[in-house]
Design a protein around this ligand. Structure first.
Ligand code: ADP
Length: 305
């Protein structure tokens, strides 16, 4: 089998989703409705976005040895991705997310890694050639940190492009930042990484410069409905997004990241890739759920006309 040009390394979760009017306060019980179990996990969402949007993509992940995990592998295959490195781990459940969605469209999420924690450097070892042969590798922070560091170092050394979506938010060591060609935090994550609260374009400039100083080539800060701020050696600018009515913003950032690397991998300019990612993400926020909300290429093409 030919090596996939784009590799996503990351998490797979079963998303247990409940609609609520408002989030419960500590000690409070609220009545929810519309309970569903939907496929999620930042890694899987980004991999599915890339696959549906036409990328030649391989996914590296661990699922549980349970019904949900096995069904997920089938679905990834149906979406057209290479799944030889999606491993079902004996004795562990698939990762889980408990998601509440308020009437406002905001979400509140608790996650537990479960099988995702099994993606250790040792478990990754048999799949290293997928990384060394890739042109671009996209990762997030729901996998063991040593694995992310090892993968970044390996891809960099082999001459591939390392893209990190630093979510969920946490501080990162300079040693990892120095290995990144591109980082794509949202406002919260950018603040966690740099200590700069990102509210204005000037704030984004300041946060981006801190990350450039640590060796990151391209800094792209997603700003929700305001769009995205991108900064590189070619300059810095705000690229506005599309205006839509948000129903559920779960996986907006994931859809954006999967779409962005797909477009860049296919040779689009940075601005065109961002616009394509904005369109895919805007469609996803008009629908419920993580993976079910991720559009296919044809839909994005029609949306952008
Ligand atoms: P995250 O989901 O990681 O918090 P953001 O909220 O910054 O990330 O959103 C990522 C991208 O999703 C944005 O850059 C934009 O393209 C799109 N997006 C998010 N929210 C909206 C919205 N309300 N309307 C239109 N596009 C949105």
């Amino acid at each position: 089998m030919a090596a996939s040009k784009l590799i996503v390394l990351g998490s797979v979760n079963a998303d247990h989703v409940l609609q609520v009017d408002t989030f419960p306060r500590p000690g409070e019980t609220v009545i929810g409705h519309g309970y569903q179990v939907l496929p999620g996990g930042k890694g899987a969402n980004q991999a599915v976005a890339a696959a549906r949007l036409g990328a030649d993509i391989g996914f590296i992940a661990c699922v549980g040895d349970d019904d949900f995990g096995h069904r997920m592998i089938e679905r990834f295959n149906e979406d057209g991705m290479e799944t030889s490195a999606v491993m079902a781990v004996e004795g562990l459940p698939t990762g889980i997310a408990l998601i509440q969605i308020a009437a406002s469209g905001e979400n509140s999420i608790s996650i537990s890694a479960e099988a995702n924690a099994a993606l250790t450097p040792e478990v990754l070892a048999p799949h290293m050639t997928m990384l060394t042969q890739a042109e671009t590798v996209l990762m997030q922070l729901e996998s063991p940190f040593e694995t992310i560091e090892l993968a970044a170092r390996t891809v960099r050394k082999a001459g591939g492009r390392v893209v990190l979506n630093p979510a969920p938010a946490r501080a990162l060591p300079d040693s990892l930042l120095a290995e990144l060609d591109m980082i794509t935090p949202n406002e919260t994550e950018a603040e966690m990484l740099t200590g700069v609260g990102v509210e204005t374009e000037a704030d984004a400039r300041k946060a981006a410069d801190i990350l450039h100083d640590k060796g990151v080539g391209v800094v792209l800060i997603t700003l929700g409905e305001k769009g995205a701020y991108v900064s590189s050696s070619e300059g810095a600018r705000l690229v506005e997004g599309y205006s839509v009515t948000a129903v559920d913003t779960t996986a907006a950032g994931d859809t954006f990241n999967g779409a962005l690397v797909t477009a860049l991998q296919q040779g689009k300019s940075m601005d065109d890739a961002i616009l394509f990612a904005h369109a895919a993400a805007a469609i996803s926020v008009t629908r419920l759920g993580a993976q079910p909300s991720i559009p296919r290429l044809e839909e994005v093409t029609v949306f952008m006309k």
